[in-house]
Design a protein around this ligand. Sequence first.
Ligand code: YH5
Length: 294
Amino acid sequence: MARPPDSTDALEPTLVELRCRSRVLSLAQPAVMGVLNVTPDSFSDGGLHADLVGALAAARRMVAEGAGIIDVGGESTRPGSLPPPLEEELRRVVPVVRAIAAELDVLISVDTSRAEVIAAALAAGAHLINDVRALQAPGALEAAAAGGAAVCVMHMQGDPATMQLAPRYGDVVEEVADWLAARVAACRAAGIASDAIVVDPGFGFGKNAAHQLALFAALEKFTRLGCPLLVGVSRKSMVGQLTGRPVADRLAGSVALAALAAERGAAILRAHDVAATVDAVRIGAALRRRGEAG
Ligand code: YH5
């Protein structure tokens, strides 16, 4: 059950379960969402996952390492990227979702904004729609609701092509939290159940270094929106800014932030390096429980 959004007992867990179509994901322990890019320009795999066999092998490995969710993405949303044609996104995503659903006992999330991809992915066996545009595209909210999917609504200022050029906020924490509350209300109004909505402040999506530090320091506040909180910082510029390291050397920094996010109440950690992130969230979650026990 969701607790009321105005509740002030900060350290009480928000939700213990996420309803995803036919399945229920326990969030008694934070879950790790493994990133499976099926884009030819993927920053981490040089396009190696573009074929079905490679994608399935990567998914198997992430499940063996403890991922509770596999996040399949056919659109690169890295800063400066443009969306692929619809047919191309469908061609990348749908066969991979179908193959994972047939073989692996794991929740499948699809990182997409388009109504057509949402409908096709749900028909292929996806459980959760993870949208960096928070279901604002025409028909997206309706497609997710019609399929009975769980959703993740993420905050982004601008669009991937230009979002990192000049991000601006008055109070970044308040603006992002208010905006997410409005998107949660829109999801509920469209018929998506309260226990099927995840929120995400959107690290790297139209935020500078100071904005990201402010958001991270305020993660506890986002848990008070009454929905499970997803945090995605793995390998991102925030880790680069704090450690001075290039993308290839950001494992330790990413894992440190994952532990801290779990300690601050994140329920789902989106990560490329699943095994290390599973250990990190165990540590963060144990410390959180200790704090709750007083
Ligand atoms: C997210 O935070 N992120 S795709 C730039 C990088 C590294 C990684 C090198 N989808 C999120 O992973 N979905 C992406 O710099 C997401 N939350 C949710 N819900 C971007 C990505 C990345 C970008």
